[in-house]
Design a binder for this molecule. Structure first.
Ligand code: KG4
Ligand code: ZN
Length: 338
């Protein structure tokens, strides 16, 4: 039996979890910082780091307490070490190192994006490999050919904004609040998504681009005269939100299914916060079904940032001998394993 304590602090959620053999979740504590960042209309890195510092110890204590496992009884400590806000990652990595040193436990550095993909294994233990994986979050929008839980070859990714970032920025333009994704998802339900036809930029390959849509929404909202923007009625605002969401969903569906067709792999596993989006789930499922592709969407609590996916993926990493040491670094952009 492999009992792992996982720690996740890459962005604005402080999370700790205990997972057994990469499958059984004994606890998964997620402390969101949304309330603090709402005051600023977005994630402020320094504020995020300070909030992690304040909450990390109670969150870990609760995760161990909920799991009824003492630190002395865990077999390893897994921690997100890349990518993310570097100051935020440092809080988790430093904490994990301190615990590993004090309790004499091995430490396993985890790539956050691999964690998002592993969320599928937590929810669907029978997920077949190879599969095409898509991570759509606030910081990333990428497609992978996944050969195993820990072997992911990148097929394409965004060349500018991430999909979640576009949701958050458009919500700001429309004065809807933060984080924009869930607000737009809710507001768009039952609205006229054909009211504004935002141009879908779909590259020939498997990359993505969302900054054009974001700018198109800005110009549409401002009208011709930036100094005297038009007043939008609440229904008009909701229709614009729905039209924007429809454009983003169309791009994600098109590229994900193109990746399946080009690789000849009829299985698509979704991950990341934007995979919570109800319109994306509906449209992806319908279009995939039409092309005989099977889709996997983990439940929302596993799509957004959580430590269960980190403690979970530690098991196959452990079995493959991919264990780190106390020189483990926090890297904002890519995995760095020593
Ligand atoms: O995976 P995640 O929790 O953190 C990152 O790794 O970035 O994703 C957060 C992102 C935010 O941009 C948020 O607006 C978006 O996921 N999001 C959604 C929905 N729920 C969260 N976007 C669209 N629809 C949703 N229902
Ligand atoms: Zn994430």
């Amino acid at each position: 039996m492999f009992r792992c304590l996982g720690i996740e602090t890459s962005c604005d959620e402080t999370s700790a979890a205990v997972v057994v053999d990469g499958r059984d979740i004994l606890s998964n504590v997620v402390q969101s910082q949304i309330e603090i960042h709402t005051l600023f209309g977005g994630v402020v890195p320094e504020v995020a780091c300070r909030a992690h510092i304040e909450t990390i110890v109670p969150v870990i204590e609760k995760a161990l307490g909920d799991a009824k496992v003492a630190l002395a009884d865990v077999d390893a400590i897994a921690v997100t070490c890349a990518p993310g806000l570097v100051g935020a990652l440092l809080v988790g990595v430093s904490m994990a190192k301190a615990l590993a040193l004090a309790a004499g436990k091995p430490i396993i550095g985890v790539d956050h994006l691999h964690g998002h993909m592993y969320a599928n294994k937590l929810a669907f233990p029978d997920l077949p490999y190879p599969c095409v994986s898509m991570v759509v979050s606030g910081g990333h929008t990428s497609l992978y050919l996944s050969r195993t839980e820990i072997d992911h070859e990148r097929l394409g990714s965004t060349t500018d904004d991430a999909a979640g970032e576009a949701f958050d920025k458009v919500a700001k333009i429309l004065d809807l609040g933060f984080p924009g994704g869930p607000i737009i998802d809710q507001l768009a339900r039952g609205r006229d998504a054909s009211r504004v036809r935002f141009k879908r930029t779909i590259p020939d390959g498997l990359d993505f681009s969302f900054s054009g849509i974001k700018t198109a929404v800005l110009y549409h909202v401002r009208g011709q005269d930036a100094k005297h923007p038009r007043a939008l009625s609440p229904p008009e605002r909701a229709d614009i939100a729905a039209s924007f969401q429809e454009a983003v969903v169309d791009i994600l569906v098109e590229q994900a299914l193109k990746a399946c067709e080009r690789t000849g792999i009829p299985t698509l596993a979704m991950g990341g916060g934007v995979a919570c989006n109800t319109r994306l789930r509906d449209k992806m499922n319908v279009e995939a079904n039409r092309r005989k592709i099977t889709t996997y969407f983990p439940p929302p609590r596993f799509c957004t940032d959580n430590a269960a996916m980190i403690a979970g993926i530690a098991y196959p990493l452990w079995r493959a001998g991919l264990i780190s040491d106390l020189t483990l670094d926090a890297v904002p952009t890519k995995i760095h394993r020593k």
